[in-house]
Write a protein that binds this ligand. Structure first.
Ligand SMILES: [Zn+2]
Length: 415
């Protein structure tokens, strides 16, 4: 059976035409797109995607969270569905590949499979998840489908209650329909997503395809270094309990420690505030926001401990008190080992080089980690750029990624 589909490839010209049209919707004129969830451009792209689905003769589906999909039945009533896709929304002034490549390649895979008339044991569904970028709620559509959203979650959208509900109305959704988007575990056989890497690993290594092993987990804290306010002119340097010095020493030491002891991890201090906050007062307090990520749960916990020890050591060194407030924690989401293997084998068959790597960014795939086996495929991002108009992936790499998606789908779904 393998012979019959291992030679099947996507129609690169058809996918290119669709992708070029897609990139013109919400185009910013400098190579980027702005398709913020439920903006005019986003509603326009959704309408266009629907017409593409219907014009190709697929069943169009929309659920209560506004997830749009093309459905190809295998003809077996009780068969579960293999889902694959990504998102058509973007950040403001984002790139034209993020999410869009995953949805366009998903539709192209569906078209290619339909034309091939290969017999399937699973239904196939190419999906565009609503608001992956979290204009309103992070991973909104995929979380709703996975049953992770509650009425409470809907009360605190990033965009504010008023804007969120007016946006829902524009899209014909309500709080109630969103909660109905949940699907049963047994109805979903797996979820696959092709995405641009949004980092430089593949490009730097000259590798065609990244088989994703995990989406990194993270931890975040508010750290407050507490010292004493003093006259910045008359207090000698050695007499100061300078919270700013302690916090700054910590920030520099974080970089050193992560690069030395945690090579697969990253850490970031994204915000710092000194109080009282004047050039002539020694800072009595420095509040900072720390975030760190790792693809490995054990390592994430070691990193957490290491960072807290470091913060205490720097506070001690400068005679400061330290307050630590955990803000969030999320363990890494692991991709299915079977799907990873399937994608790697497909790379071998197609003569493409591949490597296993973790995703530093979040993706819809992680919403489904406790629902079904998940898998992700990365293609190289030129200069690692993303969430910006200069985001770019060579077309050849996009087609390679689509073919690996196609082969992975077939290996999982063909009889
Ligand atoms: Zn994305």
């Amino acid at each position: 059976m393998t012979e019959s589909f291992s030679t099947l490839r996507v129609n690169a010209d058809r996918m290119s035409a669709a992708f070029i049209h897609l990139a013109s919707i919400g185009a910013t004129g400098d190579g980027g797109v702005s398709r913020v969830t439920f903006s005019e451009a986003h509603l326009a792209v959704r309408k266009w995607f629907r017409s593409e689905i219907e014009n190709s003769g697929f069943e169009f589906r929309v659920d209560g969270a506004g997830n749009h999909s093309a459905f190809l039945s295998c003809g077996i009533k009780t068969a579960p569905t293999l889902l694959f896709g990504s998102h058509l929304d973007s950040v403001p002034n984002g790139g034209r590949f993020d999410g869009a490549l995953g949805v366009m390649s998903a539709l192209e895979v569906l078209r290619s499979v339909k034309e091939s008339r290969i017999k399937l044991k699973l239904n196939l569904e190419a999906i565009d998840f609503t608001d992956e970028e979290g204009t309103h709620l992070s991973l909104f559509g995929s979380s709703a489908l996975a049953g992770h959203l509650s009425v409470d979650d809907l009360q605190n959208p990033y965009s504010g209650h008023k804007e969120f509900f007016s946006a829902l109305t524009r899209a014909g959704l309500t709080e109630e329909t969103i909660l109905h988007a949940v699907r049963s575990k047994k109805s979903i056989a797996g979820y696959l997503e092709l995405h641009i890497e949004q980092g430089k690993h593949l490009e730097r290594a000259g590798i065609d395809i990244g088989v994703v092993s995990a989406i990194v987990g993270y931890g975040s804290y508010r750290l407050s270094f507490i010292g004493r306010a003093d006259h910045a002119g008359s207090t000698s340097m050695e007499d100061r309990l300078d919270a700013g010095q302690g916090a700054s020493a910590f920030i520099l030491a974080v970089r050193e420690m992560v690069m030395r002891d945690f090579p697969n991890c990253v850490a970031n201090v994204g915000k710092i505030e000194f109080a009282p906050g004047a050039s002539n007062i020694v800072p009595a307090r420095a509040d900072l926001l720390l975030e760190f990520r790792s693809p490995d749960e054990n390592q994430l916990s070691k990193l957490d401990t290491g960072l807290m020890e470091l913060a205490h050591a720097k506070a001690d060194q400068f005679g400061l008190m330290l307050l630590t407030e955990p803000l969030g924690k999320h363990k890494p989401n692991l991709m299915s080992a079977d799907i990873q293997q399937t994608s790697q084998e497909s790379c071998n068959v197609l003569g493409l080089s591949s490597t296993v790597l973790a995703s530093g960014a979040i993706h819809d795939a992680q919403s489904l980690v406790d629902v079904c086996p998940i898998g992700m495929i990365f293609v190289p991002s030129v200069d690692g750029a993303s969430h910006a108009p200069r985001e770019f992936t060579k077309w050849e790499d996009c087609v390679n990624g689509a073919n690996i998606l196609l082969q992975t789908v077939l290996k999982l779904a063909a009889e």
